[in-house]
Ligand binder design. Structure first.
Ligand SMILES: Nc1ncnc2c1ncn2[C@@H]1O[C@H](COP(=O)(O)OP(=O)(O)OP(=O)(O)O)[C@@H](O)[C@H]1O
Ligand SMILES: O=C(O)c1ccc[n+]([C@@H]2O[C@H](COP(=O)([O-])O)[C@@H](O)[C@H]2O)c1
Length: 228
């Protein structure tokens, strides 16, 4: 338990989490343990800059799955900062919002090898490195390199190999294959309850929450505006 004798150490795991899977959870748990983090905050994106053209599930579904997946871990929490801000999700904004909530805390931004390799293309990456240490974790199929990042701001951690991706989970559900043991049980049940990742036959799935309907209406209006 944190006794106030040192700054709080806060991990931040940003992600699309469509859906959250055990690769995310193992990575966060390992970093928490090795770096003695007081808390790891999972931050579901609103619109990741490099994934804007792809179809992503409603943020409320991704947020709720993340809450379900992390609920049993005392040190895991979920933040809505990126969802509430809306627009394109830039990590620099996430860091400013979390830093404002935890003044004086040391921030550790956790990324898989694939995301780390792109960090020099992220908005305000120098400022990101000034605000947080980066922790790059191994991920099967991706090479973990520093990509020219300053050595004193980046740490590398080998985590148990989990060859799981959200893309693979979505693809499995769409063809009726199981995702048990790839994602937490509650997430399997949530996916089934709301008919996620399947061609929708709305009458057969539990109706969507008002939040999701509002979000989908707002996104459609926004996309319509952009087409004009
Ligand atoms: N199996 C894994 N092992 C280690 N890190 C992972 C793993 N899966 C995802 N990550 C990291 O978690 C963060 C969020 O990932 P994200 O939500 O995009 O999952 P994903 O599986 O890569 O999704 P998608 O397949 O839809 O691109 C990123 O930093 C990513 O590198
Ligand atoms: O800030 C940026 O320019 C930027 C560009 C790409 C990705 N990110 C962040 O990287 C995190 C992982 O994203 P993703 O899509 O791989 O789950 C998430 O928090 C994104 O907001 C951030």
């Amino acid at each position: 338990m944190h006794d106030g004798s040192r700054p709080l150490r806060i991990g931040i795991m940003g992600g699309t989490f469509d859906p959250i899977h055990h690769g995310h959870l193992v990575a966060a748990s390992e970093v928490q343990n090795v770096f003695g983090l007081d808390e790891v905050i999972f931050v579901p994106t609103w619109a990741q800059p490099f994934k804007k053209s792809g179809k992503v599930s409603a943020a409320e579904h991704r947020y709720l799955m993340t809450v379900i997946a992390t609920a049993s871990n005392n040190r895991f929490t979920v933040s809505r900062v990126d969802i509430e801000r809306g627009g394109t999700t830039y990590t620099i904004d996430t860091l400013h919002d979390i830093a404002a909530e935890y003044p004086g805390a040391e921030l550790y931004f956790i990324t898989g090898a694939d995301a780390l390799a792109q960090i020099l293309t992220w908005k305000d990456n120098e400022e990101i490195l000034g605000m947080a240490r980066l922790v790059g974790v191994t991920r099967p199929g991706h090479i973990l390199t520093d990509s020219g990042l300053p050595e004193d701001r980046v740490d590398f951690l080998e985590v148990p190999a989990m060859a799981i991706s959200s893309t693979d989970c979505r693809e499995r559900v769409s063809r009726g294959a199981p995702v048990w043991y790839l994602v937490p049980d509650g997430v399997v049940q949530y996916i089934r309850k709301y008919g996620l990742y399947r061609p929708h036959r709305q009458s057969e799935v539990t109706s969507m929450t008002a939040h999701v309907v509002r979000e989908q209406t707002a996104r459609s209006a926004h996309e319509e505006g952009e087409r004009r």
